[in-house]
Design a protein around this ligand. Structure first.
Ligand SMILES: *[C@@H]1O[C@H](CO)[C@@H](O)[C@H](O)[C@H]1NC(C)=O
Length: 368
């Protein structure tokens, strides 16, 4: 049962961070970007979780059948982290192979209306890179910082993904770049995009948001706030494909999060401003079917989808502020039937409480 708890705490870190600093639901610092990252928590914890579920089947025979077959629902861990971590905006969360949460944060830097001009150029290059450590490894039980690095490398952190070999993949929206860091290295072993140069060509990225890495090595970069595409590379960083590849039709408006379901050969995209999740073929094992229409999950209560995570053949998604009528919540999605099968939220975060702060939050969220 102890292992059970650890796996669970890791899984729901997102919701925990959501509730740090305040008794919850008053999104002062970084909640908007945190939504982004529930996917890795779920994706990377899925093995241990599955074991978890199997264990609980064995030792709690009186559990009703229905609760066993229901897909797992993330739950917030209370009083985590135990000490204030004094973080800036947290833009990325992932879990490494030791089930330690890893976060990517902006320290003192913020994204506001002065950060970029209308052609998406970063306007604060003169500040230099963030001098604090931006990547922190945390103890899953206590939330204490057990490792830190990433000073003087990044200008405006966004996405963080950890692959099965513990490589870290990050995006920086100010640099318009994405990077791979091998474990223990503080220089990138791969970089994508041209520093500070937004662009639409295949050498450029424009405020890239998120990365997914397949077990077969292919890399998918969501590009991003200004381009409306996903770029697919081989493990060495060679471009394989642009999704969508005209005349294919797949409209994306701020692809903000990515998650792979390898068993279905689908790459699911949090298509934020289209308020939906769409899952084109990933084309991992064959290019056949790449032009098949995407599976698309869209329903009136979804709102702007910030992040997605894969677990088995299911997708977990989190939305962000959209309108007063829509709660900020998590959803469990069955991509194959293109339906939302469950909704969830931290119990402390009742929609009524959220609504009080909603206006401020929405205002802050605008454009980020
Ligand atoms: C935005 O800023 C960059 C330099 O940071 C400049 O080259 C570019 O012309 C500016 N774009 C606009 C539309 O002012």
């Amino acid at each position: 049962m102890a292992a059970n708890c650890v796996a669970r705490s890791v899984l729901i870190l997102l919701l925990v961070l959501h509730c740090v600093h305040r008794s919850c639901c008053i999104p002062r610092i970084s909640q908007r970007e945190i939504y982004d990252e529930v996917r890795q928590l779920l994706a990377l914890s899925s093995n241990s979780l599955q074991k978890d579920i199997d264990d609980s089947r064995e030792d709690s025979s009186e559990l009703p059948e229905a609760s066993i077959s229901k897909p797992d629902v993330p739950k917030a861990v209370k009083n985590w982290p135990q000490k204030d971590l004094n973080l800036g905006q947290v833009s990325g969360v992932a879990v490494n192979s030791h089930l330690q949460p890893v976060i990517f944060h902006r320290a003192g830097r913020v994204w506001d209306e002065n950060t970029f001009n209308s052609s998406h150029h970063y306007q604060q290059e003169h500040l230099g890179p963030i001098k604090d450590d931006t990547i922190l490894t945390l103890d899953p039980k206590t939330g204490a910082i057990v490792g830190r690095w990433g000073a003087s490398l990044f200008f405006l952190p966004h996405g963080l993904t950890i692959d099965r070999h513990n490589n870290l993949w990050v995006t920086d929206v100010a640099l318009h770049q994405a990077f791979k860091f091998r474990p223990g290295d503080n220089y990138p072993s791969l970089s994508f995009g041209v520093p500070f140069q937004p662009g639409t060509g295949i050498r450029h990225l424009c405020k890239p948001t998120s990365i997914a890495v397949a077990s077969t090595g292919e890399i998918f970069i969501a590009d991003g706030y200004c381009n409306t595409r996903i770029l697919k590379y081989n493990a060495a960083g060679g471009l394989l494909r642009v999704i969508p590849n005209p005349p294919e039709f797949l409209s994306l408006v701020v692809p903000h999060g990515l998650a792979l379901i390898e068993s279905l050969d689908r790459l699911c995209v949090a298509d934020r401003e289209n308020m939906r999740v769409t899952c084109p073929r990933a084309g991992l094992y064959s290019t056949r079917g790449e032009t098949e229409p995407a599976l698309t999950i869209q329903q009136p209560d979804m709102g702007r989808v910030f992040g997605v995570a894969a677990k088995g053949n299911l997708m977990y998604a989190v939305n962000g502020p959209t309108s007063f009528l829509l709660p900020v919540q998590g959803m469990t999605i069955d991509p194959q039937s293109e339906t939302v099968i469950d909704h969830w939220a931290p119990e402390e975060c009742l929609p009524e409480t959220l609504a009080n702060e909603y206006e401020i939050w929405s205002a802050q969220m605008e454009n980020y």
